[in-house]
Design a protein around this ligand. Structure first.
Ligand code: 13P
Length: 257
């Protein structure tokens, strides 16, 4: 992380875990454990039905609540979908977009681009995910693949809007596998992403871009990963379901220079 230019972010992604009742229990414990230092932002992205309980439990705290997806359309006949304005009204500040688990369900780069515009338009912060499969890494196309994903998502954006979003590098082979990228691997790709932002936009936007690493980050490996100069925080799945673990990661981030 580089605190001079960017404010680190520790974000949880609960995926399809925990009920609204369990959310209340988690949040009250997490509030007790949360370190006092305010050297970084903290967000927890939760299933849509858990948002009201999470927002209520975290009112007047430093923890923001986020969603895990959102529909690109403003309103209408989209049964089962949730719009950006609904998420905003429910108290969300962040929305995860383009997670590999949603891409695996058929979400396309163009849809992710549309969703990104919608979330920015609503005034929330998108957490835009990108990442390669094990096969792509082994073939040696990681950089090209991530460039493609980001070029699609960020096409036509104003640099001012790019400065409002968060990018998460999540190698698919490291998600939920316990197989973390090495700090050097995480740094290499996060640095490539920053360079790409510089090429597509400008140096100021690249310097301001908050780039997270995600993939089996936990309270044990967080310090090493977060010490990398281009890793500005973490997007944490499994470990974000345990208040003690998530609080420890926040504490670790707080303590790093
Ligand atoms: P894990 O931390 O469980 O590997 O999940 C990472 C992730 O996908 C966060 O979005």
């Amino acid at each position: 992380m580089n605190r001079k230019y960017r404010r680190p972010l520790i974000a949880g992604n609960w995926k399809m875990n925990l009920t609204p009742s369990e959310t209340k229990v988690f949040m009250s414990r997490f509030r007790e454990l949360l370190p006092k230092g305010r050297n970084n932002d903290v967000a927890i992205c939760v299933p849509a039905v858990c948002i009201p309980a999470a927002v209520h439990a975290m009112r007047e705290s430093r923890v923001s609540i986020g969603a895990e997806n959102c529909n690109a359309n403003p309103a209408g006949a989209y049964t089962g979908e949730i719009s950006a304005s609904m998420l905003l009204d429910a108290g969300c500040k962040y929305v995860i977009l383009g997670h590999s688990e949603r891409r695996a369900m058929g979400e396309t780069d163009q849809e992710i681009h549309q969703k990104l515009l919608t979330v920015l338009d609503a005034g929330m912060t998108p957490i835009l995910c990108c990442g390669e499969s094990l096969e792509q890494r082994e073939v040696g196309v990681t950089e090209e693949w991530i460039s493609m994903q980001l070029k699609y998502a960020l096409q036509g954006l104003d640099p001012r809007d790019v400065r409002r979003l968060v990018i998460a590098y999540e190698p698919i082979w490291a998600i939920g596998t316990g197989k973390t990228a090495t700090p050097a691997q995480a740094q290499e790709v996060c640095a490539q992403i920053r360079l790409l932002i510089r090429k597509l936009f400008d140096a100021r936007t690249a310097r301001a871009a908050v780039i997270l690493y995600g993939g089996s980050m936990n309270e044990k490996n967080a310090a090493e990963l977060l010490s990398q100069p281009d890793v500005d925080g973490g997007l944490i799945g499994g470990a974000s379901l345990i208040p003690e673990k998530l609080a420890k990661i926040v504490e670790t981030a707080n303590e790093l220079e």
